[in-house]
Design a protein around this ligand. Structure first.
Ligand code: GUN
Length: 295
């Protein structure tokens, strides 16, 4: 049925995690430094709890000291800010991640910007986002999901995307903007599309590399995709059993997999594509931050 290569994010993520494990062990042996990752989650959004549990588990697999702070939904801005401050000055913590979205009464932007740049393993603070924007990928930390998606793109196309056209659908700070900058940094010609783009179905077929991060289940159809394109699906949409008259809840991406797999040369599945890469790149960023702390 499928004419395209299905990019195995689970396997590629496992090899990144193996490298992180080795690096973390070497840091401990050579410098006596155990890499520490703190993950903060506020409230009881079930999907966020699932993601955070996976992040903490993989952090432990990497040999990190993994500290999870689970705060109740009515935590105040000041309480959360105080926790970030404590972690900023804790020498045993090298990476801090505040799981998003935060409950509505909290100012996420102020919290994200209060994480010290050296520990901002999500790469969302202005220092790290700014470094990426000026093409400095050596001293900053790049947001995990786009960094992971880029590893998958490189598996197919190599490091230099000269001459290739990329279309990124979605313009969030968490994904779309940094993804577009990474593609641009690799010499692709990049179009950013979003919910206000007119005739999305006409823009997408230009893409040699099509990246979808819109949060709309199976929005990208087969006839939106150029023959032979690489399609990276960043969406994770939960379709409740009742909506489909099916027996169980399932996860689908932003791409209509069965249709697009007929025309694309390579495609990421959901689950098992970009998702595992996000966690692997979080571990890679954390061990990088830890190495930098020893100079
Ligand atoms: N929520 C969904 N994805 C992410 C992510 O990459 N980082 C954080 N902090 N929250 C998220």
């Amino acid at each position: 049925m499928t004419g395209s290569t299905v990019i195995d994010g689970t396997m590629i993520a496992a090899s990144v995690v193996e490298n992180v494990k080795t690096a973390a062990a070497a840091l401990e042996t050579e410098h006596g430094v155990k890499t520490g990752l703190a993950v903060i989650i506020v409230g009881d959004d079930p999907a966020s709890h699932t993601y955070v549990a996976a992040k903490s588990r993989v952090a432990r697999e990497c040999g990190f000291a993994s500290v999870q702070h689970t705060l109740c939904a009515d935590t105040t801005q000041d309480e959360l800010a105080a926790l970030v401050e404590t972690l900023n000055s804790d020498p045993h913590i090298h990476g801090i991640l505040v799981q998003l979205p935060l409950p509505k009464h909290l100012n996420s932007e102020r919290i994200i910007q209060s994480i010290s740049a050296e520990k901002d393993v999500d790469g969302l603070g202005v220092v790290n986002a700014g470094k990426l924007a000026i093409g400095d990928t050596k001293t900053g930390l790049v947001s995990c999901t786009p960094a992971g998606a880029m590893v998958l793109v490189r598996r197919i196309h190599g490091a230099d995307l000269s001459g290739l056209r990329a279309v990124v659908i979605g313009r969030s700070n968490l994904f779309g903007k940094p993804m577009a900058q990474l593609l641009l940094g690799a010499n692709a010609t990049v179009t950013m599309a979003h919910s206000r783009t007119r005739n999305l179905a006409d823009v997408c077929p230009e893409a040699d590399i099509l990246v979808a991060a819109v949060g709309r289940p199976e929005m990208v159809k087969g006839n939106w995709v150029k023959e032979g394109a690489t399609v990276i699906d960043v969406g994770i949409n939960r379709i409740e059993a009742a909506e489909r008259g099916e027996g169980k809840t399932r996860l689908v991406g932003d791409v209509c997999f069965n249709e697009v797999a007929e025309v694309a040369a390579a495609i990421t599945p959901v689950p098992g594509g970009v998702g595992p890469m996000t966690i692997a790149m979080l571990m890679a960023n954390t061990v990088t931050a830890s190495y930098r702390s020893v100079g």
